[in-house]
Design a protein around this ligand. Structure first.
Ligand SMILES: C[S@@+](CC[C@H](N)C(=O)[O-])C[C@H]1O[C@@H](n2cnc3c(N)ncnc32)[C@H](O)[C@@H]1O
Length: 168
């Protein structure tokens, strides 16, 4: 059953986990990404750095839009391994803490951060993220970030997951 009590078609998903993964991906593809990419705007010929890039979901999209150079940074080496494996090889990836990341002499037209800021667990960490983003911008650059509704506490997330009832 899904959240609305509809039966999950057996022939489409092997497990509830698979259902959750695919349906969550659909939400990202069909709702989150179009809205976020609209905020990012036209990036053709622009340099873009993706802070907290995860497995490179958006980094690859930026690269498709023919950015002049596209870079992704994430603290998690396993996710960066996946991103590198998925390619293409012209995207440069770094495993690093976005609180303190710099690239000597390199500045970007767009500094993107999708769902990174929410990982700040203190004001100092939040300031470090913003300082990093600011330090990577060129003089006409734009910082574009999205984050969760900060009024949603981790307890609320848990509540949401329980409502979904999708653990298998
Ligand atoms: C919710 S995921 C978003 C991934 C990607 N931006 C997306 O939208 O698909 C947040 C990412 O931020 C990364 N992250 C959290 N704290 C970080 C830090 N201090 N420095 C670099 N990356 C960090 C996590 O490893 C994770 O991949």
């Amino acid at each position: 059953m899904d959240r609305k009590g509809n039966q999950i078609p057996n022939n489409q998903y092997q497990t509830k986990k698979e259902y959750h993964r695919i349906e969550t991906q659909k939400l990202k593809n069909e709702m989150e990404a179009p809205n976020y990419l609209q905020l990012i705007g036209d990036i053709e010929g622009k340099s873009v750095i993706d802070l907290g890039c995860g497995d490179g979901y958006y980094t690859r999209i930026f690269n498709l839009k023919k950015g002049s150079s596209v870079v992704g940074v994430d603290l998690c080496s396993e996710l960066i391994d996946i991103a590198i494996e998925m390619g293409p090889s012209n995207i440069k990836y770094y495993v690093a803490d976005c609180q303190f990341f710099t690239l000597a002499g390199q500045y970007f037209d767009i500094v993107a951060a999708e769902f990174l800021i929410q990982h700040a667990t203190s004001l100092e960490m939040l300031q470090n993220f913003i300082r990093t983003a600011y330090g990577l911008l060129n003089s006409n650059g734009r910082f574009v970030g999205i984050t969760r509704n900060m009024k949603l506490t981790p307890e609320n997330y848990h509540f949401q997951h329980n409502l979904g009832g999708r653990q298998s």
